[in-house]
Design a protein around this ligand. Structure first.
Ligand code: NAD
Length: 421
């Protein structure tokens, strides 16, 4: 029974839909619009035959789910992983619709995935898989239709292969078909730091909201990859006191503050955080429960659950990761009056700069990093304030407010467009 409950608590589709349902009810969403927004526009499953390096033919299953295009072309990553499922891709596609709507960029949501084990595939096999998947989706992708990006186990190189394959079919170079490309192929300055930078901007807005100053704010960050390490570095450089850091193998604490530059150097040299001089090692559970003002879960999903939410000591949670908090934990955090900056707002810096990449590709004119960062700041601050105003007006927490704002925006454009039949 406990296992069933836990599965339900951590299922990504259930998790997203439970928040969607609360927000839809509070908005008194029209039942017809409710049905439209709950259902993905299109789900595509492809069987991808690949000749492996050992001469054997193998057929992989791939998905692309386009959840909604009311506000513009679909946007969302492609992941390679053994446990990809249609249910998961469907939930992540809807999540992208809400995330793009929260930051008010003109995209709908999509997600793609291929069931494979990239750790046991050669570069050549991954290239063939990417190119054949792209070719099989050629009619549904495009700068005006659906614009993929990197996700779990895909990167700049995979995006370059998608762009090249799409361009070969179009008979000309189309850089705007994907984002997260290498700079030399139409990528954007500032994309690498964008999600961590968005996290820092959200923390700034949140402490302003509760009347704290950077220097007196203690921060613990879970995860030391792209989002966690860059978020921690930018917060440290801005004057926050970083009291905890962790990666999958465990964490480190120092209540007087950790020098994040030294931690990054140590991590590059040793691939571990433990043993950083002047810090005390801790488990990931202990890191989440550390004495701090802001907790930044920036590792993976389902870290804050009904099992540990009650043990947290922070005043603010800024969700760098996607889905780090379960819906059951939300209620506990609310009763503890912890301010949660929800993932669809807190980590939207990445998709915002992806939007800038798409704009620059279409303009054929590229911005400086300073322009990218200042445009990102404008959008993140406006979005934070829009969600906070919604929360105040409707007397709901920031999570439900962000869903309400997003659903309201998508529902409004759907109504304006009308139902074509
Ligand atoms: P990454 O692979 O670069 O880093 C992940 C980090 O989390 C690593 O340090 C890893 O050791 C750690 N980790 C993994 N499992 C852990 C666990 N159980 N406990 C503690 N640490 C653990 O990934 P990333 O790009 O930084 O993404 C992190 C999260 O942010 C994911 O949820 C991702 O979907 C989300 N996200 C990323 C971006 C982006 O631009 N990279 C944008 C939006 C959302």
């Amino acid at each position: 029974m406990t296992a069933i409950l836990q599965d339900k608590e951590t299922n990504p589709f259930e998790s997203m839909m439970s928040r969607f349902d609360i927000a839809a009810e509070k908005l008194k969403l029209d039942p017809g619009l409710y049905q439209i927004l709950r259902s993905p526009d299109r789900e595509i499953t492809v069987s991808i035959p690949i000749m492996m390096d050992n001469g054997q033919l193998k057929v992989f299953t791939g998905y692309r789910v386009q959840h909604n295009i009311a506000r513009g072309p679909c946007k969302g990553g492609i992941r390679f992983a053994p446990n990809v499922s249609l249910d998961e891709v469907r939930a992540l596609a809807a999540w992208m619709t809400w995330k793009c709507a929260v930051v008010n960029i003109p995209f709908g949501g999509a997600k793609g995935g291929i069931i494979c084990d990239p750790a046991h595939m050669s570069m050549g096999e991954k290239e063939k898989l990417t190119r054949r998947y792209t070719a099989m989706l050629i009619d549904v992708l495009g700068p005006e239709r659906d614009v993929p990006a990197p996700d779990m186990n895909t990167n700049e190189q995979v995006m370059a292969w998608v762009m090249d394959t799409y361009s070969m079919h179009q008979r000309h170079t189309v850089t705007g078909v994907v984002t997260g490309k290498p700079i030399e192929l139409g990528g954007s300055q500032g994309r690498h730091d964008a999600t961590g930078r968005g996290v820092m901007i959200c923390c700034d807005q949140a402490i302003k909201r509760i009347g704290m100053k950077r220097e007196e704010t203690r921060v613990a960050v879970q995860g030391f990859g792209n989002v966690g390490s860059i978020g921690a570095r930018l917060l440290f450089e801005a004057g926050y006191r970083i009291v905890g850091l962790s990666d999958i193998n465990g964490g480190i604490l120092n209540d007087h503050g950790i020098d994040v530059h030294a931690a990054i150097k140590h991590y590059q040299e040793t691939r571990t955080l433990e043993s950083l001089p002047g810090t005390t090692p801790c488990t990931n559970e202990a890191l989440l429960e550390a004495q701090c003002d802001i907790l930044v879960p920036a590792a993976t999903e389902n870290q804050i659950t009904s099992q540990n939410a009650d043990k947290l000591h922070c005043k603010i949670i800024c969700e760098g990761a996607n889905g780090p908090t379960t819906a059951a934990a939300d209620d506990i955090l609310e009763s503890k009056r912890i301010l949660v900056i929800p993932d669809i707002l807190a980590n939207a810096g990445g998709v915002t700069v992806s939007y800038f990449e798409w704009v620059q590709d279409r303009q054929g004119y590229f911005w400086t990093e300073a322009v990218v960062n200042s445009e990102l700041e404008r959008i993140m601050v406006d979005s934070f304030n829009a969600v906070a105003a919604y929360a105040d007006k409707h007397r709901v927490n920031m999570r439900i407010a962000s869903y309400m704002l997003a659903i309201d925006r998508v529902a409004y454009t759907t109504k304006l467009r009308g139902i074509y039949a």
